[in-house]
Design a protein around this ligand. Structure first.
Ligand SMILES: NC(=O)c1ccc[n+]([C@@H]2O[C@H](COP(=O)([O-])OP(=O)(O)OC[C@H]3O[C@@H](n4cnc5c(N)ncnc54)[C@H](OP(=O)(O)O)[C@@H]3O)[C@@H](O)[C@H]2O)c1
Length: 307
């Protein structure tokens, strides 16, 4: 199969497009012929070695995909060859930048016709992360106010729509070029972070969901009301320490399971969430997509196509 892999950590030029052996379905696994895989913010951090150092190479990157089941291992009863599926690899594993992947059947879900392979790949990990963060971790309720940092990113696009569907008021931050897009997906108030300090214009939030990290994450505590709660996905494996004692700081545990993928399907089918804006690249051009992703100022999702 064709795949994109690294043989050592480094820049986008370390992404090699070449042939690797086809994977086989072990017990409880399916092999999926991948049609599309998305580029996630985590991918370039794995490529550079910033998030963790790999000890075994070649290492195929990529955490989410959509495709068609082409083989099933012993004990797999819930999928048949030809089923259209989508999924997210287990936390410590990757391998979606490839024409095929072997993956535990239990964490894969059926892809509905309403989602193309490209759209399904685009919402898999981003949707899972938004659901675990906004519903499971922050437990956002109708009538609450949430600040979502980094509104134009892939995770935030899902989170904004989810928060609106929940009945919350949504404030978000983005550069001016992205404001019309964010209004279109339901944001109530959008702050141009290049022109205004969000801590000066936002206060009294029940919840914060930060997808930006760094200084933005640390300053986000200032907008919470007493008893408020913030969740962080771009600040490493630990939640940042709050500078005040009356708020909570949480790091969502984005576990992979079929139930959350089915929740994504339900939300899309109900019209509550639409896939984000998408830019397509053939698999062989993954390095170009990585350079854009690492720049951290593109809108929506970058998706690699295999077929
Ligand atoms: N399992 C997990 O924990 C998990 C899963 C998925 C993602 N993540 C992490 O979550 C983060 C978000 O990922 P993503 O793929 O959704 O998006 P991303 O690629 O990291 O972010 C892109 C967006 O960030 C915005 N941005 C950059 N700096 C900003 C700032 N100072 N204030 C507000 N917005 C800013 C940009 O919009 P503008 O052009 O408008 O600036 C751009 O649209 C990444 O760090 C990723 O590694 C974690």
């Amino acid at each position: 199969m064709k795949a994109v892999y690294i043989e050592r950590h480094g820049g986008p030029e370390e992404l090699k497009y070449g042939d690797l052996p086809d994977p086989l379905a072990g017990a409880g696994e399916v092999v999926v012929d991948i049609h599309a895989a998305s580029v996630n913010g985590a991918d370039w951090k794995v490529r550079t070695g910033e998030s963790y150092r790999k000890s075994q190479f070649p290492h195929v990157l990529g955490r989410d995909f959509s495709g068609v089941v082409s083989a099933a291992g012993a004990g797999v009863t819930d999928f048949r060859i030809g089923d259209q599926v989508f999924g997210v690899t287990e936390a410590s594993q990757e391998g979606a930048y490839a024409e095929k992947i072997a993956i535990k059947a239990a964490i894969v879900a059926k892809k509905p016709d309403i989602l193309s392979h490209v759209n399904a790949a685009a919402v898999a990990l981003a949707g899972l992360t938004a659901l675990v963060s906004v519903e499971d971790t922050l437990k956002l309720k109708p009538g609450e106010t949430i600040l979502i940092q980094g509104g134009a990113g892939g995770v935030a696009a899902f989170a904004i729509q989810l928060a609106k569907h929940t009945g919350a008021r949504v404030i978000t931050t983005a550069s001016a070029a992205n404001h019309a897009y964010l209004r279109g997906i339901g944001a109530d108030e959008i702050i141009d972070y290049n022109a205004q300090d969000f801590t000066k214009v936002v206060s009294g939030c029940d919840k914060v969901f930060d997808t930006v990290g760094g200084d933005v994450a640390q300053r986000s505590f200032a907008v919470l009301k007493p008893g408020g709660c913030a969740a962080f996905i771009a600040s490493g494996p630990q939640a940042p320490k709050p500078p005040r004692g009356d708020v909570q700081s949480l790091r969502p545990n984005v576990a992979r399971d079929r139930a959350h993928l089915e929740r994504i399907v339900a939300l899309v089918s109900a019209g509550a969430v639409r896939p984000p804006e998408i830019r397509l690249f053939p698999l062989s051009e993954a390095a170009a997509a990585h350079s854009i992703s690492q720049g951290r100022h593109f809108r929506g999702k970058l998706v690699l196509t295999m077929r």
